[in-house]
Design a protein around this ligand. Structure first.
Ligand SMILES: Cc1ncc(COP(=O)(O)O)c(C=O)c1O
Length: 416
């Protein structure tokens, strides 16, 4: 079995080890929740000072022109595009996943409505992140039930669910609960070969693993920046629409930032060409500037190196849990095959919430997802091999001592 000393040695030899110093992390804390809210990059502390004190404080409204604020959704979008294999001018940083998905799905369904009237079904997964299913349900209602939602229960059911009536398939590449990872290219090809559109949610993939949107042939994608991209709580998300769909898709939120000439102040909406049409209102500049500083950290390495370490961390965690926690009623909900797993490992336990709270008391931070998932994320930038060892040690102690059974650990907080 891998020992703690082995882990220390692996940290010494880790080519990414120095990147941990790019982040501010509380002392004595093992942070295994970067899949939910990434840690704070040091570059962002300096950036917020620049954006708030200098650009806003000194530059005031002139900064829309002088500090490059106006163009930021595009500039930051082009920078982020490189991490997910998107072309320049195809991705903007704006709004939330929920709003971006609404715009994208609505545009795609509108296209289907005009060009493929015989197609009536949207396929997704019952276990998809609820927000995505809610957005789809809202659109089904908005289109007067012209479409219906078909939900599969396992990835294996996908191929069979894509019958000739299917208009569109909407999947999250990495399952938020289990960490199951779809192979984007073959899945997209299968969907497209059957004549349907393919939309991806990259919430748990962007910044976690290499993504090649251009090669995938998908019709659009959305994602967020506050998880593996480390841009901070509530930072804006992104929307990708490939160039070939720019003239085919028309999104329904006619905002002035998506107008051809916002400051012409014309009463009639005229859609901007290209990806600008997918913008709506004034961008949240402070948060957007933190997306930019967070991306600067990614430019010190590459997604393949990050993925290699991420896989090594999750493999080590699974090995140690298997060896040390077998007697405590834990299950492993994540795929054991590394190439089918994102950058998280989810454990099942009948009282997963209480175990998670007891771990937090020991300064090992993960999160809980209904009904019984203890979810631990491994961000290769700042999680060390020795952290994995120490986290499993803490988990073993929490379970062996039964300390999680205390009432205080069962009290549910608003955010789990
Ligand atoms: C897979 C997935 N999709 C969508 C969302 C919703 O994102 P937002 O709140 O930014 O709209 C989340 C949030 O965690 C998510 O994990």
């Amino acid at each position: 079995m891998t020992t703690r000393d082995d882990c220390l040695l692996r940290d010494q030899r880790d080519p990414l080890a120095a990147l941990r110093d790019e982040f501010i992390l509380p002392a004595d804390t093992i942070y295994l929740d970067g899949n939910s809210l990434g840690a704070l990059p040091k570059a962002s502390v300096a950036q917020v000072q620049r954006t708030v004190a200098a650009e806003w404080g000194e530059g005031l409204i002139n900064s829309w022109n002088d500090a490059g604020w106006y163009d930021m959704p595009h500039r930051v979008g082009d920078r982020l595009a490189k991490l997910v294999g998107a072309g320049a001018g195809e991705l903007v940083v704006t709004d939330t996943i929920s709003v971006n998905l609404f715009k994208l799905l609505a545009a795609a369904l509108r296209y289907v409505d005009n060009k493929m009237p015989e197609r009536t079904v949207i396929v997704s997964e019952r276990g998809n992140f609820p927000a995505d299913l809610y957005i789809a349900q809202g659109l089904v209602e908005l289109f007067g039930n012209r479409f219906s939602l078909r939900l599969i229960d396992t990835p294996e059911q996908l191929a069979g669910a894509i019958t000739p009536e299917v208009a569109l398939v909407m999947l999250t590449q990495v399952d938020y609960r289990t960490g199951y990872l779809y192979d984007m290219q073959p899945v997209t090809r299968m969907v497209k070969d059957k004549g349907a559109m393919m939309i991806w949610d990259l919430a748990h993939s962007a910044g976690a693993l290499p993504v090649d949107l251009a090669a995938s042939g998908a019709d659009g994608a959305v994602g967020c920046t506050y998880k593996y991209l480390n841009a901070g709580p509530g930072a804006p998300g992104f929307i990708w629409v490939p160039k070939r769909n720019h003239t085919l898709f028309r999104q329904p939120i006619f905002g002035w930032w998506g107008h051809r000439a916002p400051f012409a102040m014309k009463p009639e909406y005229e859609a901007a060409d290209g990806i600008a049409h997918f913008l709506c209102g004034t961008p949240p500049i402070v948060s957007l500037s933190l997306v930019e500083s967070a991306l600067s950290v990614f430019e010190k390495t590459d997604m393949h190196a990050l993925r290699a370490k991420s896989v090594a961390l999750t493999e080590l965690f699974i090995e140690l849990v298997d060896k040390r926690c077998a007697e405590f009623g834990l299950g492993i909900a994540s795929p054991r095959a590394a190439d089918r797993r994102g950058s998280q490992v989810s454990l099942t336990h009948a009282d997963a919430y209480a175990v998670k709270q007891a771990l937090i008391q020991r300064k090992v931070i993960g999160d809980f997802r209904e009904p019984d998932i203890l979810r631990l994320g491994f961000t290769p930038f700042y999680v060390r091999y020795v952290d994995v060892w120490d986290a499993v040690e803490a988990l073993t102690q929490v379970l062996a001592s039964g300390e999680w059974k205390q009432d205080v650990y069962r009290k549910r907080q608003a955010v789990t």
